[in-house]
Design a binder for this molecule. Structure first.
Ligand code: OAD
Length: 278
């Protein structure tokens, strides 16, 4: 469990950093009543992730939609309400202490909390997209069509098949989201990684990119022991806030603040405000 000293340390790191980026995962929304994927009651304990692949969707879109509606009930049934962790990130942005959020979440809660620059790395489940013409519609439209027996639901414009606008396994990350996230990871001097198990790629690569930025090994000119290899520029600091250690812990992240994001982030925010004299 986290300590007050860790909270203070994170606040000091935030105050002294200039380009701060947050990377969030499902763990930041569990305190809003939305289950995560790999926790004890996680979504992948009730559904098989292998069923949520692009090839399965293309093979049988009607069947895919039946499963997706069930999954949608789990993810979207609760009235979306940002929790104190989302609200603390929105406040950090207002204080000029958060450039943007890269989120793997498809619930739209960061935007509802008030963050204005949210990169949706895995899309958004509250939208659907036509796989033929690319037009996007609200998820509710697809639900209405599906409950009227239209399976798979079809595009209003071209009659093409509609797909949930969340990224499926095997699907590429939307180009805009990937390009911007890579740029932000390369340029930040602090990345705060919140509520992700960091096992799904390429999202899990972003903290590594932030950390290793320009720090590539210059061993071309001779044989060096690993700790003597020259590096160019120091990479970003990486702080993890998570209920448990992840593959980043002790390898990529400088430190882990272990516990609930909805408790930890407001405490860090209060300490940041205190340090800034607010
Ligand atoms: P996971 O479910 O894999 O991981 C959530 C992490 O958050 C776990 O390490 C939990 O211990 C932690 N956690 C849970 N509640 C928390 C809390 N209140 N405070 C802090 N930490 C908490 O979710 P993701 O890493 O987001 O893909 O999963 C990545 C991707 O895998 C998702 O985006 C999804 C899934 O397949 C798509 O939707 C495309």
């Amino acid at each position: 469990m986290y300590t007050e000293e860790e909270i203070k340390k994170a606040a000091r790191d935030i105050v002294s950093a200039e380009k701060i980026v947050a990377l969030t995962g499902a763990g930041i929304s569990t305190e809003s009543g939305i289950p995560d994927f790999r926790g004890t009651d996680g979504i992948w304990t009730k559904f098989d992730p292998d069923d949520f692949t692009y090839s399965k969707f293309i093979k049988n879109p009607a069947n895919y939609w039946k499963m997706s509606l069930e999954l949608g009930k789990l993810l979207l049934s609760v009235e979306p309400k940002p929790n104190p962790a989302h609200l603390a990130l929105a406040k950090l942005e207002k204080l000029g202490k958060l450039r943007c959020i890269i989120t793997q979440n498809v619930d739209g809660l960061h935007q509802l909390a008030g963050n204005t620059d949210v990169i949706e790395f895995h899309g958004n489940l509250r939208r659907v997209v036509c796989i033929v013409c690319g037009e996007r519609f609200p998820y509710d439209l697809a639900i209405r069509k599906a409950s009227d027996g239209e399976l798979p639901p079809r595009c209003e414009k071209c009659n093409g098949i509609l797909k949930p606008d969340a990224v499926l396994f095997e699907e590429p990350i939307p180009k805009y989201a990937l390009d911007r996230s890579l740029e932000e990871a390369r340029n930040c001097d602090l990345m705060i990684v919140i509520g992700t198990s960091a096992v799904v790629y390429p999202a899990a690569e972003l903290p590594r990119i932030a950390k290793e930025r320009d720090g590539y090994r210059m061993s071309l000119f001779g044989l060096y022991p690993a700790d003597r290899v020259m590096t160019h520029k120091k990479g970003a600091k990486v702080i993890e806030i998570n209920a448990e250690p992840t593959p980043l812990t002790g390898v990529v992240s400088d430190y882990l603040i272990e516990g609930k994001a909805g408790e930890i982030l407001p405490k860090i925010l209060r300490e940041v405000e205190r340090l800034l004299g607010l």
